[in-house]
Design a binder for this molecule. Structure first.
Ligand SMILES: [Zn+2]
Ligand SMILES: [Zn+2]
Length: 288
């Protein structure tokens, strides 16, 4: 079984529509794929309707969190998308995205970059606008060669010259909300040092005590020694370990299924979740 538990669609900053994502996942030979757009469940209906036979879709989201000034992402799986408390928190984060993009554009204009809101909005299309869309605009304008090159202190990295903070959820609150909605909480790419400061292990231990289910270990932003240490830590804290592509379509270089999750871990995630069930493609209707 090939299981990829972290993928983005055009509902946030991926380039595949939700329907394209599930079709591409099947074509890539995956058995299970998770749709985990940033702070939104907007892609669910389209993805669920398009799940091909032989593929199982895990619904989820990647929630923007912050602890002691360090930004981090929390993956939430199989929660009830209608649960009002978690829904309200996602809306709070999402409603902050447009003013934040305007703020980054204003800072870039001050730095002499002629980026406009119209350009960034066009790039975002139907997706909830985010920093990668601003980064893509910088590539279009020839300011940087690739999207990744925009995520530096010179431009859009955390604390960078054109960076603007956004509303982010306290991770302990996120864990409480996810569990309250019947979901499973997995700390995304906890050792992604090239994205900025990482969360100390002592904080991960506290999150484990607060109900965190797992940590994402096999991820493109983790060096081999980081993965080894995270696996050790997960053992100490009795956390599940996952592996995922963090696929963004053509916005990033990773491909579907580049890293995968052990079937036993996947089974444990589905056993713990009570908010929603995975959706299997039957070639016909589906139950949810
Ligand atoms: Zn992330
Ligand atoms: Zn992601």
């Amino acid at each position: 079984m090939r299981i990829d538990l972290h993928c983005h669609s055009t509902a946030s900053d991926g380039t595949d529509t939700p329907a394209e994502l599930v079709r591409n996942a099947a074509a890539a030979g995956l058995d299970v794929v998770a749709l985990t757009d940033h702070d939104t469940t907007r892609g669910y209906a389209e993805a669920i309707a398009a799940v091909p036979e032989g593929l199982t879709l895990v619904t989820g989201a990647e929630l923007s969190c912050r602890i002691d000034g360090v930004s981090m992402h929390m993956l939430a799986y199989l929660f009830d998308p209608e649960e009002p408390e978690l829904l309200a928190e996602r809306e709070l984060v999402r409603d902050d995205r447009v003013p934040r993009a305007h703020g980054m554009i204003a800072k870039l204009n001050e730095l002499g970059v002629p980026v406009t809101w119209e350009q960034v909005a066009r790039i975002a299309g139907d997706g909830s606008v985010g920093r990668p869309h601003v980064a893509t605009a910088l590539v279009e304008l020839g300011v940087v060669p690739t999207v990744g090159d925009a995520f530096t202190a010179d431009w859009l990295a955390d604390g960078g010259r054109a960076f603007v903070e956004k509303h982010e959820t306290d991770p302990f609150e996120a864990i409480r909300l996810i569990k309250g909605a019947g979901g499973v909480a997995v700390f995304a790419h906890p050792g992604a040092a090239k994205r900025g400061r990482t969360v100390p292990e002592s904080a991960i231990a506290k999150m484990a005590a607060a109900g965190l289910d797992g940590i994402e270990v096999d991820h493109m932003d983790h060096e081999p020694e980081t993965r080894a240490r995270l696996r050790e830590l997960a053992g100490e804290l009795e956390l599940l370990t996952t592996g995922s592509s963090d696929y963004h379509g053509s916005r990033k270089t990773c491909v579907l299924g580049e890293y995968t999750t052990d079937p036993e871990v996947y089974g444990e995630i589905t056993r713990r979740a009570t908010g929603a069930s995975p959706v299997s493609g039957t070639g016909g209707g589906h139950s949810f």
